[in-house]
Design a protein. Structure first.
Length: 429
């Protein structure tokens, strides 16, 4: 009986042994989460995978045992970065990882491939707008003179645009903005007196060697603060030598008066006053009141909206409105008299450096890139020259009540500074 039971146990053991051995060699399942870059291959063992997905892989370990690997392969993010930038009156750009040379007045595109944080290729695109702006030139000439620059001649106060032609390989004309001020001469008349007893007259820039009693007129030419010739006329009264004459000299501004013994006298001449001394003798007082000059200057200038103005003593804040504005400034000149400075300031819209895209996706209607140049007046034409759209708020891609067919269309855009920009835009589906 015992031998019979033993035999049955041996038969049962032999029957279950392969399954027990297989269970002994079976390893626990392994789960692997991994990322797959576009156009890349993921390898595990002798297996290769080129598309994301969930895979179950049977493998053998070093001991020959079976193992199950659950591979969860997800797509890795591929970045596309677009950088919009501009340069002004320059042809070389060295920023944001790009070192490039361009032509003035052009819109250029540059791309490079870099590795992102997942090790996947990512594309960085630089849209570079090379702008040209007028170069400001400020200068002053005297009345009667002319100013010549780049073959053009001017003789009036004002602002002038001088086109220079092609500049550093520019596809468009560059220019200068000349701010020219024509200074007036400061012609002045001086009234003065002296006596023959002094023998000569050396004052107010004059040097008169011989004096003759009576009234005489002399003229000299001097340079004013702008370097312009100004005529000074001396009206000189020479009195005979007198023991009882006295000279008083005063200097005041032209809008002031000088008070002498309860009487007010204006500047710019000599007053001969007769008095009686304490002893009863006659006395002559020569009251010389010199008129100190005041100055009046008027300038013309132009600035872009959003810029301040700090020239000729003005400290104007950032200009927020477009138009022509007048500003007045009263200063004290070197003689202590008021000088009035005015500027006619013209505020214009800045040069519009908006980046114009090359394609948009009106078919998706997902709120991203659905409208071409929103906020701008646009004219859209098909390749045959037919007008597709004229709008003052961009183009939403519609044509005759439907979304326009994919393809390339021609545009004319009215920029905010009133310039026109032409090019092509692709409707992409």
């Amino acid at each position: 009986m015992f031998k019979k039971i033993k035999s049955l146990l041996m038969i049962l053991l032999l029957a279950t042994w392969p399954a027990m051995q297989a269970q002994k060699n079976q390893k626990p399942n392994t789960t692997i989460d991994a990322l797959l870059c576009a156009n890349d291959t993921f390898r595990i063992g002798d297996k290769e995978f080129t598309t994301p997905g969930v895979y179950t892989i049977k493998m053998k370990d070093k001991q020959g045992g079976d193992s199950i690997v659950n591979l969860n392969l997800k797509p890795a993010r591929t970045d596309t970065v677009i950088i919009n930038d501009f340069i002004v009156n320059e042809t070389h750009y060295n920023k944001n990882g790009f070192t490039v040379d361009v032509k003035l007045g052009t819109l250029s595109f540059f791309s490079k491939t870099l590795k992102n944080e997942y090790g996947c290729d990512s594309t960085v695109t630089l849209i570079l707008n090379s702008l040209t702006r007028p170069i400001p030139v400020y200068d002053t000439i005297c009345k009667g003179e002319s100013y010549t620059i780049h073959g053009e001649t001017f003789d009036q106060t004002g602002e002038y645009k001088i086109v220079l032609g092609k500049y550093k390989g520019c596809d468009c004309d560059s220019s200068l903005q000349l701010h020219l001020f024509v200074a007036e001469p400061n012609d002045t008349t001086i009234y003065d007196t002296t006596s023959t007893a002094k023998g000569s007259y050396t004052a107010n820039g004059f040097n008169i060697g011989e004096l003759t009693a009576g009234a005489s007129t002399y003229t000299e030419t001097f340079k004013n603060q702008f370097g312009c010739d100004s005529t000074v006329t001396l009206s000189l009264y020479v009195s005979p030598d007198s023991a009882y004459s006295n000279h008083l000299y005063e200097e005041i501004c032209e809008n002031e008066t000088f008070t002498y013994k309860d009487s007010a006298y204006k500047p710019g001449r000599t007053y001969i006053l007769h008095e009686t001394t304490a002893s009863g003798a006659d006395s002559i007082i020569y009251l010389h009141i010199k008129k100190l000059p005041t100055s009046t200057f008027h300038y013309y200038a132009t600035v872009f909206k959003g810029y301040d103005y700090q020239y000729y003593g003005f400290d104007l804040p950032v200009q927020e409105k477009v138009g022509v504005f007048y500003h007045k400034l009263t200063k004290t000149n070197r003689y202590g008299c008021d000088s009035v400075v005015t500027v006619q300031l013209k505020v214009v819209e800045p040069i519009d450096s908006t980046i114009i895209p090359t394609l948009f996706t009106p078919h998706t209607r997902d709120g991203k890139n659905d409208v071409f140049m929103k906020g701008y007046e646009v004219y859209i034409y098909d390749r045959y020259g037919n007008l597709v759209c004229h709008s003052k708020d961009g183009w939403d891609g519609s044509y005759r009540g439907e979304t326009a067919d994919p393809g390339v269309y021609i545009y004319t855009i009215i920029l905010k500074d009133d310039r026109k920009k032409k090019g092509s835009i692709e409707v992409y589906k």
